[in-house]
Design a protein around this ligand. Structure first.
Ligand code: HEM
Length: 408
């Protein structure tokens, strides 16, 4: 068998991991592998891809590396891929100062106050969806409520018609299948889905140019009329920002709901506790984002040769900054594999990242999740996972492949 370049890398004595984190596994198995590798060594070289990457998995080391944006750049943001063209994801792939300028333009739309504006619609849509689902007595959460709900809210965030939601659902699946190379469809299907969505966004941009909205409350109008630094975004950049928000916001929220409902199905006492006192949902969600980190890693690209705590990093090497492993690091979190929403350092998790690229949508995600959980449990307080189903999780960026729920 030919040797891949990643297999012959000089690792300066650091152990080599062969674990392929892109493959589908039984539920929660990914975290077990991550825990084991975090404890095996402070750093590892992983040779499961052609290019290979350095793995940093301990909490303090991950936080340190996330802040080293001058040494570790965002040109590549996923350790599994080292050849993504520039400007496919904005603002992710930018570094300061360009990144800071774009974030400054976008941030006001994602502030807690701005998110509040969406809450009445979110509540109304969640309630209507749950009412409809309740009648059916069953829902595969992964492809049902947990996907439709964030899709509609994303459209609402951009000021687009929520009725267009179903047109997006399968296309988003196709794009993720191709992007993560996670065995869910081909790259051709992903490209076709992406082209359809870009054309759709372009049409909406044209409509806004002809009939602008209020740039304080209409996100597309703001992106079109607000300078980033000295200049306006070009059309292709506008479209990329829109599709990035979609890719970054939908799959994550859906996947978070999947793991949350999995947890609540298995812990009736906890479910009854939070249902009886909805003021507990925010703490519940924070602990869920820690324990079930969906974005298991942030990828970064080494910009120059560097001795990093003894690692012989070379310019062009990829780094894996292990958010999920760090979130279960016993050096930081007591009993890290247990769900404990009363832990003192609840908010120190890295589920939304850290440093300049910390999730722009985290307030929105929290609010969407609270509303979804409140509305669901108000109508369907008791439910169970259908018997006889083997639960599995996608690799790359975690999500449950299926979560069939039933209730009486
Ligand atoms: C539970 C839900 C979510 C989780 C767990 C999550 C997680 C993350 C993480 C870990 C990052 C950091 C990536 C990096 O450092 O390279 C990130 C960035 C980002 N997220 Fe989220 N996210 C969620 C929801 C959302 C939502 C709802 C939106 C928007 C609609 C969103 C938009 C973004 C964007 C645009 C970035 C890039 C920020 C930058 O590079 O400056 N996310 N997210």
């Amino acid at each position: 068998m030919p040797t891949r370049p990643s297999e012959s890398k000089a690792t300066g004595g650091c152990p080599v991991s062969h674990t392929d984190y892109q493959i589908e596994r039984p539920i929660l198995e990914t975290y077990a592998h991550l825990n084991a590798e975090r404890e095996e060594a402070r750093f590892l070289w992983n040779d499961a891809t052609d290019h290979g990457f350095w793995m940093i998995n301990r909490y303090d080391d991950v936080v340190e590396a996330l802040r080293m944006f001058e040494e570790f750049g965002n040109e590549q943001v996923n350790a599994f891929v080292n050849d993504m063209p520039a400007n496919v994801l904005l603002p992710q792939q930018l570094n300061p100062p360009e990144h800071t300028r774009l974030r400054r333009m976008l941030n006001p739309f994602f502030s807690p106050a701005a998110v509040k504006r969406l809450e009445p619609l979110a509540r109304e849509r969640a309630r209507a969806m749950v009412t409809e689902i309740r009648e059916r007595g069953a829902d595969d959460l992964t492809t049902g409520f947990a996907l439709l709900y964030p899709t509609e809210l994303f459209l609402a965030l951009l000021g687009l018609p929520v009725e267009d939601g179903p047109e997006f659902l399968w296309r988003i699946e196709a794009i993720f299948g191709g992007l993560l190379k996670a065995g869910e469809g081909s790259e051709e299907e992903a490209a076709a889905a992406s082209a359809w969505i870009t054309a759709y966004f372009n049409e909406k941009v044209e409509e806004r140019l002809a009939d602008p909205g209020d740039p304080e409350t209409d996100l597309i109008t703001r992106i079109l009329t607000h300078p980033v630094g000295e200049k306006m975004l070009e059309r292709h950049e506008v479209l990329t920002v829109m599709s990035t928000l979609m890719l970054a916001g939908l799959d994550t929220t859906r996947s978070a709901l999947g793991y949350i409902f999995y947890h609540l199905s298995n812990d009736t006492a906890l479910r009854h506790k939070v249902t009886a006192d909805p003021s507990l949902w925010p703490r519940f969600i924070e602990e869920s984002v820690r324990l079930y980190s969906l974005i298991i890693e942030d990828g970064r690209l080494a910009k120059s040769d560097l001795d990093h705590h003894g690692l012989p990093i070379e310019k062009g090497d990829m780094l894996w900054l292990g958010l999920a492993a760090a979130n279960r690091d016993p050096r930081k979190f007591e009993n890290p594999d247990e769900f404990d929403m009363d832990r003192a350092n609840l908010s120190h998790h890295l589920g939304f990242g850290a440093g300049q690229h910390r999730c722009i949508g985290m307030h929105l995600a929290r609010s969407e999740l609270v509303i979804a959980l409140e509305e669901w449990h108000a109508q369907i307080p008791d439910y169970r996972i259908a018997e006889g189903v083997e639960l599995r999780e996608r690799g790359g960026q975690l999500k449950l492949m299926t979560l069939p729920l039933e209730w009486d």
